[in-house]
Design a protein around this ligand. Structure first.
Ligand code: NAP
Length: 251
């Protein structure tokens, strides 16, 4: 049976790699991102690579309840009822606590936590109907604390509590909820952090790799593989877990 998956923030980075991987694993895939054209471009590229798989790109802000409801309804109408959801959309607004604005706090909590809440609430109706579902939330090693990221660390720790609660509430309907917590992954997000710090990206990568036991930074595909595991048909007894994917045991 071909499942329909939604991946948020999937126009690029970890989300795009995850959408590509879920399509390769046999799901129809909706790519949701802020800009509809970019989302549609990624969706079209994935469809071209995976014969028999249908994709859809939708522009929606996951922190906007009306946009989320409309996006999920469109996926259901055009691709089929979504029963796999990957809450990946994310932003950074790093600053030390004494310089952090309320706007930056609210923006980060809004995209990560409110976004995951709104998307999960909309998608669970389809999962409960189908008596089957998979929710995977993107946390981070920053959930354990990271200088300059009070907002992001709070959001990513919040994702873990949210995940465990979904696992408890939705388990009886055949729905699992798990979280993947990446370490340092080479994407535009880490590139932007290097830029903000005034460090060439290659040097930033090398410094990160030196601290990682496997001796390299992670790739979006490393994270996609972990997400894909939780989405498997035979992973139905794995729920409420947080898997750190960081090239070693610590952040
Ligand atoms: P990225 O390259 O910055 O991609 C994030 C995507 O999310 C972008 O396409 C962005 O759209 C989209 N997005 C932002 N706000 C959104 C909103 N309100 N609604 C819908 N889409 C939105 O990030 P990434 O590195 O792939 O990270 C993906 C996830 O993994 C995030 O949750 C991040 O916190 C987490 N993570 C990343 C790392 C890492 O090292 N990279 C480590 C741990 C956890 P625009 O392009 O239009 O802004």
């Amino acid at each position: 049976m071909t499942r329909t998956a939604i991946v948020t923030g999937a126009a690029r980075g970890i989300g795009a790699a995850t959408a590509r991987r879920l399509a390769a694993d046999g799901c129809h895939v909706a790519v949701i991102d802020l800009d509809e054209n970019t989302a549609a471009g990624t969706a079209a590229a994935i469809a071209a690579e995976t014969p028999g798989i249908r994709t859809l790109g939708i522009g929606a802000d996951v922190s906007d309840a009306a946009a989320v409801e409309a996006a999920v309804a469109r996926v259901a109408a055009e691709l089929g009822a979504p029963t796999v959801l990957v809450n990946n959309a994310g932003i950074l607004r790093d600053n030390l606590l004494f310089k952090m604005s309320e706007t930056d706090w609210d923006a980060v909590l809004g995209v990560h936590l409110r976004g995951a809440f709104l998307m999960s609430r909309a998608v669970q109706a389809h999962q409960v109907d189908a008596k089957w579902g998979r929710i995977v939330n993107l946390s981070s090693t920053s959930a354990l604390g990271n200088r300059g990221q009070a907002n992001y660390a709070a959001a990513k720790a919040g994702m873990q509590g949210f995940t465990k609660t979904l696992a408890i509430e939705l388990g009886r309907f055949g729905v699992t909820a798990n979280a993947v917590a990446p370490g340092f992954i080479e994407t535009d997000m880490t590139r932007a952090t290097a830029e903000r710090m005034g460090v060439p990206f290659e040097d930033f990568l090398a410094a990160a790799a030196a601290e990682i036991p496997v001796g390299r930074a992670g790739t979006p595909e490393d994270i996609a593989a972990a997400v894909a595991f939780f989405c498997r048909e035979d992973a139905g007894f794995v729920s409420g877990q947080v898997l750190y994917v960081a090239g070693g045991p610590r952040a």
